[in-house]
Write a protein that binds this ligand. Structure first.
Ligand SMILES: Nc1ncnc2c1ncn2[C@@H]1O[C@H](COP(=O)(O)OP(=O)(O)OP(=O)(O)O)[C@@H](O)[C@H]1O
Ligand SMILES: [Mg+2]
Length: 305
């Protein structure tokens, strides 16, 4: 399964969740969630704290089992028993707290747990020149040029470290790449670095699941947007059917903001002009009422690259 294979079939369904739910003891973290991951697309999962985003991707990446619903991989019902099992099926997750060894060089981290050796058993030795060369090539293929593969990974910026983890997942054959809030702890410039590699992974034909709180980051790279609220899907729309403004409103909790506007207006001295009056909620508006023409007006709303 090379990444060229997947790239050739952009749009192909890689993973599908239907009616997926998860209960932890007696508390229900997810209920009735549908999500599709396609080759060559970025699926953004947004939602407030505790909305169920991490739970959802832990199910897809084999860390947790779902309690209800169905998980399909390449159209076949599947049950993943571990992250290793998921990886064997081409599903890789990169977490916020990256499992890197900060004092080890970049190339060592790239190969961690999968080191290349040379020589016959039992006289094998690490094939250091080859590991360095292949790591460098893989990073460059993703557009990441590091001056020195010997520098400790801890000396890289947060964005660069995320990027190395993305390149690593691509190198080890991931077809589905799950990123749990890769930009959460980063500034504007570093977030831009990570978003660039999210787009690069998509260009290579991977299906990317991008979890974020930030609708602006999501809208820069997303092809499909799923907003979770209290464990259920509040919005699920392709890029053509949702504007950045709508996405922001959903993420901000439109109803809460409208109430806040009312409150703040009474206090005075606060400019409430930019706050919404009434939130647009899916299901309330009839089908076809979405203002697609707004998409062109939305600042920072590029057509799908
Ligand atoms: N291992 C667990 N045991 C019990 N409850 C859990 C567990 N993991 C998550 N939950 C609960 O499930 C719900 C969803 O949590 P989850 O971590 O998926 O949310 P999230 O959207 O990722 O939030 P955040 O933005 O804070 O990361 C929360 O109410 C949380 O308390
Ligand atoms: Mg989370």
């Amino acid at each position: 399964m090379s990444d060229n294979d997947t790239g050739a079939r952009a749009g192909r369904e890689l993973v599908r969740l239907t009616g997926v739910g998860k209960t932890y003891g007696t508390s229900r973290a997810l209920h009735g969630v549908d999500l599709t991951v396609r080759a060559g697309e970025v699926t953004c999962v947004l939602g407030d704290n505790g909305a169920g985003k991490s739970t959802l991707i832990k199910i897809v990446s084999g860390l947790h089992r779902h309690s209800e619903g169905e998980l399909l991989i390449d159209g076949e019902p599947a049950r993943l028993s571990s992250p290793r099992d998921a990886l064997a099926r081409g599903i890789a997750a990169v977490y916020q707290d990256l499992a890197t060894v900060t004092l080890m060089p970049v190339w060592r981290n790239f190969w961690l747990g999968s080191e290349l050796t040379r020589g016959p058993w039992p006289f094998q030795r690490l094939d250091i020149p080859r590991m360095k060369r292949v790591a460098d090539e893989s990073l460059r293929a993703m557009g990441i040029a590091l001056d020195d593969m010997e520098q400790p990974i801890g000396s890289l910026s947060g964005g660069q470290r995320q990027s190395v983890a993305i390149a690593r997942a691509v190198h080890f054959g991931a077809r589905v790449l799950i990123l749990d809030e890769p930009t959460a702890a980063l500034g504007v410039k570093q977030s831009g670095v990570v978003l660039k590699y999210v787009a690069a992974a998509r260009e290579r034909g991977l299906g990317v699941v991008f979890i974020t709180h930030n609708p602006h980051h999501a809208y820069l790279v997303g092809d499909h947007f799923t907003v979770l609220r209290l464990g259920t899907v509040e919005l699920s729309e392709p890029r053509e059917r949702v504007t950045l403004e709508e996405l922001t409103l959903h993420m901000a909790g439109g109803a809460e903001l409208a109430a806040l506007k009312h409150e703040l207006a009474r206090v005075g001295g606060v400019d409430t002009g930019s706050l919404p009056d009434a939130p647009a909620r899916p299901g309330e508006s009839g089908e076809g009422e979405r203002h697609d023409e707004n998409a062109e007006d939305t600042p920072g709303a590029p057509p799908r690259p």
